[in-house]
Design a protein around this ligand. Sequence first.
Ligand code: IMP
Length: 427
Amino acid sequence: MAKLTSSCVVGVQWGDEGKGKIVDILSQKADLVVRFQGGGNAGHTVVVNGEKHVLHLIPSGILHKSICVIANGVVVDLIQLLEEMEEIKRRGIKVDGRIFLSDRAHVVMPYHKFLDKHSEGASGTGKIGTTQRGIGPCYADKAARKGIRVADLYNEEFFKERVFAFTAEKNKILAALYGAEPLDAARIVDEYRGYAAKLKPFITDAVEMVNGAIDKGKKVLFEGAQGSLLDIDFGTYPFVTSSNSDACGISAGTGVPPKKIGKILGVAKAYCTRVGEGPFPTELNDALGEKLREIGGEYGATTGRPRRCGWFDGVTSRHAVQINGIEEVAITKLDVLSGLDEIKFGIAYQHNGTKTDRMPTDTKVLAQCRPVYKSFKGWKEDLSKVRRYEDLPKAAKIYLNFLEGYLKVKVTMISVGKDREKTILRR
Ligand code: IMP
């Protein structure tokens, strides 16, 4: 079989691992960068020459020369996409012929965003803390076969029929459950026709585009959003997002068969964070957690919410390594740990007097697990100028060596600052 030219970047934790920066570096050599799941809930921050770019829907490859594809598995808020394209153009980056949207992707409609907001507010069964971008309701409609696909926007009658039918249904739900004002279907149709016209040159059959590129030996990079622990099947359900946010999502989200997918690179922070609700066994609810938040700038790129911070959790990370088939890992924000006397790494959990190194499926059990830590000596040196692995402080190398052994992976990239160049490439 020919050498596989495609690869993938996925988060090992609950998102915000710094995938944007890693994808940005890898996309220097990628012909195509492809988003395969999630939507505007993602917030990929990339800093180039001191300028911060936050991308939500457009793949981070846009900052290089790569062609960027938003594939069928993504749920797309057309307003957000057009705004993001304008912002990219304003920064002098060309979008024509660089960004393509799958005609099979589902559209986030106004009622999805309303439902996301209202149902989060009303839910007594457990708030998830969503980004309120309409992601869950849009994926729910996709599965219920009540979704609107990009291709439908260009079939005038069919589009109108569906918008009228679905808006009428959603209005009843919004009024009965949340006392909300009804949405105007005719206005939605008009507005969305306008967006569709603007986006027409960017729409494509992405199945053909991405498969064709791989068949021609082009380098294709799949960019995962969120993280493996937010995956709808393998994450900390129900405190997850509504897509397969790990490598398992690539085939269904692009139409590229599994046998054409090459290396999977996992990205993990040197510690751990999470936004929104849900179990987080190694969370630090103390001054140290706050210190990590301040030094690491741990505030959501999409919602600005403060992120919960804690130690690296080996147990959940090993689960992520297993479901993705990760052999190589990029560790980000190692510099944030500088100056700590002690660094801890979660190696197991204690639950009801039993020790385990497997992540329990039952979310309530996971929430009751107490972490068992291995302790490491910290280091005082500033890492931001280190560019070679050998030049890292001995204590940092001991910590990374342990992580590699525990997860049975090779750490091939280490990020020591926000900028592109503040990165150690090990091979
Ligand atoms: P949703 O994806 O907006 O439905 O949110 C579901 C959960 O996933 C919430 O806990 C969010 O905070 C979390 N989430 C969604 N997208 C991201 C992301 O890009 N980074 C980190 N957490 C995210």
